[in-house]
Design a protein around this ligand. Structure first.
Ligand code: GAR
Length: 215
C-alpha cells in the first residue's frame, strides 16, 4: 500500500512540521509529506521545508477578497498535491466549518495544552496564571470549534516553580515533537477509531502510573 500523503499547514517557524518531516524520512514510516503550505509569506518553516526537498506553497490571506476564496485556494493546492490528510502545525488561522466539513476526520491539529483547558492563544501564560501544576500538549481531530475535537493523544509535563511562558513552552514543545509523529503514524496505519468525542487507538498501550507534581 502507498504511503499516506500529508499536507502540513504552518504559519511560523515550523518545528512541528520538521518533526513530522523527520518521521516521514524513515523509509518504513507510513506517511509522506506531499506539501507544506503557509498562509504567511516568508514563514520560517517554508525555508526549512524547501531545504529538505519538500514541496512548498504560500496562500496569503491578503491576496484573497474573502475567506471562502482563501480557503478554496488552500483546498486547490492540497488537492493538486494529492493530499489525503492535513496536519495543522502552528497554523494560526481558524478554518471555516465548510472547509472542516470537506475534510471531515482528515485534519489533525496539535495544541500546546491539555485540552479542553486553555484553547486559543496565550496558552502558556494562561496556564501559569491559573496555577496548574501539570501542563502538556494535545493532538486531536479538528472540528469547527477552535482547538476542539476528538483527542488522539496527550502528553503531560510538570509546571516548575521558576517557569515563565517561554520555559514552559519549550518543555511542552519537546513533547509535541514526539506526539505529533506518533499520532500521524496511527492515522496512516488506520488504527484510529473515532466514537463521538472519544478515540480508541488499535494496539496502543495505556500509560502506566501517574504524573504527580510536586512530589
Ligand atoms: C506549537 O507550540 C503549536 O502547538 C502551537 O503553535 C506552535 C507552533 O510552533 N499551535 C497552536 O497554538 C494552535 N492553537 P511550530 O511552528 O514550531 O510548530
Amino acid at each position: 500500500m502507498g504511503r499516506l500523503k500529508v499536507g502540513v499547514l504552518i504559519s511560523g517557524r515550523g518545528s512541528n512540521m520538521a518533526a513530522l518531516a523527520n518521521a516521514c524520512a524513515a523509509p518504513d514510516f507510513p506517511a509522506e509529506i506531499a506539501l507544506v503550505l503557509s498562509d504567511i509569506p516568508g514563514a520560517g518553516g517554508l525555508e526549512i521545508a524547501a531545504g529538505r526537498g519538500l514541496a512548498t506553497a504560500t496562500v496569503d490571506r491578503k491576496a484573497y477578497g474573502s475567506k471562502a476564496d482563501f480557503e478554496a485556494a488552500i483546498d486547490a493546492a492540497l488537492h493538486g498535491a494529492g493530499v489525503e490528510l492535513i496536519c495543522l502545525a502552528g497554523f494560526m488561522r481558524v478554518l471555516s466549518a465548510d472547509f472542516v466539513g470537506r475534510w471531515h476526520d482528515r485534519i489533525l491539529n496539535i495544541h500546546p495544552s491539555l485540552l479542553p483547558a486553555f484553547p486559543g492563544l496565550h496558552t502558556h501564560e494562561r496556564a501559569l496564571a491559573a496555577g496548574v501544576k501539570v501542563a502538556g500538549c494535545t493532538v486531536h481531530i479538528v472540528r469547527p470549534v477552535v482547538d476542539d475535537g476528538p483527542i488522539l493523544l496527550q502528553a503531560a509535563v510538570p509546571v516548575l516553580d521558576g517557569d515563565d511562558a517561554a520555559s514552559l513552552a519549550a518543555r511542552i514543545l519537546a513533547e509535541e515533537h514526539r506526539c505529533y509523529p506518533t499520532a500521524l503514524r496511527w492515522m496512516a496505519e488506520g488504527r484510529v477509531r473515532i466514537d463521538g468525542a472519544r478515540v480508541r487507538i488499535d494496539g496502543a498501550s495505556p500509560a502506566a502510573g501517574a504524573l504527580r507534581n510536586p512530589l
